[in-house]
Design a protein around this ligand. Structure first.
Ligand code: ADP
Ligand code: ADP
Length: 229
């Protein structure tokens, strides 16, 4: 089933800079896709269009069979509730515990306390953060903070996870660890779209890779092609 579809999408920012140009691709439910390309290629813009923090100037973006053009006003928040977002700067609340940080979006989504507790425990367990649950976010390592960001997205059980340079400032072994956690999330049925300029790391994952240059889709590499290398 197609979950996300870009159909001839263009994005021109005010001032006339064209960030995306006639971009078309689909992402299946539960699929993992890397978006790679140089800085300025348009990767973040692509994620922002799926998140509805930007709107296309041409073409259309579809999510779960719905044209996002029609998702306006209060529906935007409902759309975002089906998405998880992971950033390089994980935006943790530093004076709160790890568990609180993971629980917060679930509270906002209005889940029952027992369900929140269950999901938080599961997310922390799967990311190896169980012993950190009661620690303040300032008192854990950068790599752990990054994993808390992923646990938070994971606990929401989103249909789609958008990750923008999730391994940005991490050393290579930590970066590989984070990537593997995202693969795990994918196995649970979440489609995962990861923007990264680290082509070497991306290729090692042997998942589908969309290569973007100056806002255009240059290549769509299947996992099978990468497996042969
Ligand atoms: P990437 O994530 O691949 O580095 P971006 O999507 O952030 O690329 O940016 C693509 C291009 O669009 C860049 O040239 C960038 O400077 C430009 N751009 C991004 N956001 C804006 C904005 N809000 N206003 C104007 N130009 C922007
Ligand atoms: P990234 O490559 O991850 O988008 P940037 O540092 O390029 O990071 O961009 C940070 C923020 O600034 C983004 O929200 C982006 O939309 C915005 N931005 C990027 N380029 C421009 C630009 N030329 N004019 C205005 N805003 C921009």
């Amino acid at each position: 089933m197609t979950l996300l579809r870009f159909d001839g999408v263009g994005k021109t920012y005010p001032g006339g800079h064209r960030a995306l140009d006639d971009l078309s691709f689909s992402v299946q439910a539960g699929e993992m896709v890397f978006i790679t390309g140089h800085s300025g290629a348009g990767k973040s813009t692509l994620l922002k269009l799926a998140h509805l923090s930007e709107r296309p100037s041409a073409g259309s973006v579809w999510f779960d069979g719905k044209n996002l053009e029609r998702v306006r006003g209060k529906q935007v928040a409902l759309h975002r509730r089906r998405l998880g977002v992971v950033h390089q700067d994980h935006c943790l609340l530093l004076d709160r515990t790890v568990a609180d940080n993971v629980a917060l979006p679930l509270l906002i989504a209005g889940l029952a306390p027992a369900e929140i507790q269950r999901r938080v425990r599961h997310a922390l367990d799967s990311l190896g953060l169980a012993e950190r649950a009661g620690h303040r976010s300032t008192d854990i390592s950068t790599g752990e903070q990054q994993r808390v960001g992923i646990a938070r997205a994971m606990a929401l059980q989103p249909a789609l996870l958008l990750a923008d340079e999730p391994t940005g400032n991490l050393d290579p072994s930590l970066a590989a660890d984070i990537m593997n956690q995202l693969v795990g999330l994918c196995r649970q049925g979440t489609a995962v779209v990861i923007a990264s300029h680290d082509l070497a790391l991306v290729k090692r994952m042997k998942k589908r890779v969309l290569v973007i240059d100056k806002g255009r889709l240059m290549d769509d590499i299947s996992p099978e092609e990468l497996a042969d290398e």
